[in-house]
Ligand binder design. Structure first.
Ligand SMILES: CC(C)=CCC/C(C)=C/CC/C(C)=C/CC/C(C)=C/[C@@H]1[C@@H](COP(=O)(O)OP(=O)(O)O)[C@]1(C)CC/C=C(\C)CC/C=C(\C)CCC=C(C)C
Length: 565
């Protein structure tokens, strides 16, 4: 009996497991636990017979002075633990590194990789290579010579990788009322994913475990018997052993994410690109939501953004009104379940660049009133151009109504999605209380948005600060339009921020009453935006494209704090 192998774990595999658990803990969901547990079960079941065979045939031995003693099918307990901890570490690293990756957009529809490499060519190439590898492995086993160990590795790992290369998504995936034909092979998905989700989680543990292996082989903690190995060394002390690499590849959950059945790659890609380009706060927050909720929030954002932009970017008020009308018409048709012409209406009336944002709005579980009210809120913006020069936000109550229409409604829709995707059961009254608080939070965020954009809005003739507040400072709307950065306007910005913070503090407790899986991510979404308000309260904040920005590191810290609180 000895402690050598146990020490390998104590020194090299358990510390990274603890560190990765600590890092991943704020992002952990029951889905992630299921994924890791599933992979561990697969790793243990597939490796145990193979390892047991190696030990029985004395290809792989453990000196008795290096192990504690208990065995299962002749495999020392430490080695069985290795299957578990190695898979655990690699899976967690993969999950961490792929947190920002929006897997659904890599599912199908891409015949070419981004850099133009032809994907279809990879299928036969992969097949030939993997089948060749397996055959080579089998022939080395039959020859029973120095290549025996390598042969056993290739013949064992090859079929797993071949299987992964070829897993197919279901032939028909449905999303809402849209049916999309798509058959995806896993290799398309694997090759399409960013390297941070594929190569990195394989390369880092492989290199790390090579180093550990070197150390253990040198100390004699485990031994590969001579006569069964090729004798090739990557560096002094390390046999070429692709076992780790193969098992990492097999342990990466590349294919079966929650959204794996959704073949709306193109629409999702556009929605994600829109979010990434337009809102750094919500883009960061979207990374910590999981599964379908994440997808639907991104789709909701895409719809809101497109609707807002259509109205804001119109060259005349008439054109803007026209878009509001068409958007309302779109909602009416979508929610009139007897009509099946939503898609053709979208295609015939809206520009191609925005069509997918409307097609993929999940109308079957979002209610109509908040979406409709949002469009009514946009109509307020059009009143800035009325000829009588009276500004529509005349007092604080007009401001509140406006903010709850353009942002309270968005909060309501977000929360509808949270509850739709949650298994937690809550009473209607409880839910209504939360949704009401959410609406208030939306108002707070909109106040921050207005406080940030005073100068940007003034350039297009808009002032959202109530006219009555301007009067309190002895200002006329024209003063704000001309000098949006004056000391008096700055005082009004701070007054608006005070209001925003008061509402935020009132409403934020409700986030802790949300279903567990949405709490952390929702805090990240809210806190990332509120941080803009905090920045606006500090002197000498950074301006980018005319707007105050939160530095990247600070945003990440805010997200981390929100998740770990
Ligand atoms: C994580 C994720 C992807 C969330 C998506 C949230 C979402 C659907 C946002 C839509 C934003 C949008 C474009 C709305 C149109 C109207 C508008 C402009 C509203 C302002 C947003 C600012 O977005 P952005 O900075 O991109 O816009 P501009 O650059 O100014 O054009 C708003 C400030 C409203 C945002 C309000 C919310 C997202 C609601 C937040 C509240 C909750 C989620 C509820 C919290 C829960 C409780 C229980 C308190």
């Amino acid at each position: 009996m000895g402690y050598d192998y146990a020490l390998v774990h104590l020194q090299y595999t358990i510390p990274p497991a603890v560190a990765l658990t600590f890092l991943y803990r704020p992002l952990c969901t029951s889905l992630a636990i299921y994924k890791v547990a599933f992979l561990i079960v697969i790793a243990v079941i597939s490796t145990t017979p193979w390892d047991s065979y190696l030990i029985h045939h004395k290809i792989w031995t453990y000196p008795p002075h290096a192990i504690l003693g208990p065995t299962l099918f002749s495999i020392p307990a430490e080695e069985s633990f290795f299957f578990v901890i190695q898979t655990y570490n690699t899976s967690l690293l993969y999950l961490l590194l792929s947190t920002p990756t929006f897997h659904s957009i890599y599912l199908c529809g891409k015949k070419r990789l981004r850099d133009g490499r032809l994907l279809w060519l990879w299928a036969p190439l992969g097949q030939v290579f993997l089948v060749g590898t397996i055959l080579a492995g089998l022939s080395m086993i039959v020859a029973k010579g120095e290549g025996l160990y390598m042969g056993l590795i290739l013949a064992w790992a090859g079929p797993f990788i071949l299987l992964l290369w070829h897993v197919r998504s279901p032939p028909v995936s449905t999303f809402e009322s849209n049916t999309w034909r798509c058959r995806t092979l896993a290799y398309q998905f694997i090759l399409g994913l960013p390297l941070s989700s594929t190569l990195l989680p394989i390369a880092v543990p492989t290199l790390y475990l090579w180093l550990v292996d070197t150390w253990a082989l040198k100390r004699g903690t485990w031994v590969i018997e001579s006569g069964t190995k090729l004798g090739l060394h990557l560096w002094d002390g390390l046999e070429i052993d692709i076992r780790q690499r193969a098992s990492y590849l097999a342990s990466i959950p590349k294919t079966f994410s929650y959204g794996a059945r959704i073949a709306i790659t193109e629409g999702l890609s556009q929605a994600l690109a829109r979010l990434k380009q337009k809102s750094r706060s919500f883009y960061l927050a979207s990374g910590v939501f999981q599964g379908r909720l994440r997808i639907d929030l991104i789709l909701l954002y895409s719809f809101c953004r497109v609707a807002d932009d259509l109205v804001d970017n119109a060259s005349t008020v008439e054109e803007a009104r026209h878009w509001v009308h068409r958007l309302k018409q779109f909602l009416t048709i979508s929610y009139d379940r007897s009509q099946r012409s939503t898609r053709s209406y979208i295609m015939s009336v809206f520009p191609e660049s925005v069509q997918s944002a409307l097609v993929f709005l999940p109308t079957s579980y979002l209610s109509l009133p908040p979406l409709y009210d949002l469009l009514e809120g946009f109509e307020t913006d059009l009143n800035f151009s009325l000829p009588n020069n009276v500004f529509p936000i005349h007092d604080e109550s007009a401001l509140q109504i406006y903010a709850s229409r353009v942002a309270g409604t968005v909060a309501e829709s977000c929360l509808e999605l949270v509850y739709h995707h949650s298994l937690a059961s809550t009473s209607d009254t409880y839910r209504q209380e939360i949704i009401q608080a959410g609406g208030r939070m939306g108002v707070a965020l909109q106040y921050i948005n207005i406080a940030r954009d005073i100068a940007v809005d003034a350039r297009i003739g808009r002032i959202y600060i109530p006219t009555s507040w301007l009067e309190d400072e002895g200002l006329a709307p024209s003063d704000v339009l001309k000098y949006p950065k004056s000391a008096k306007v700055e005082a009004l910005r701070q007054r608006l921020l005070d209001e925003a913070m008061e509402i935020y503090h009132e409403a934020k407790g409700a986030i802790d009453r949300l279903p567990l899986e949405a709490r952390g991510p929702m805090k990240v979404a809210v806190e990332s935006y509120v941080e803009i308000g905090r920045v606006l309260r500090t002197r000498g904040y950074k301006i980018k494209a005319g707007r105050a920005t939160v530095p990247k590191l600070r945003r990440v810290m805010v997200a981390w704090k929100a998740l770990t609180e």
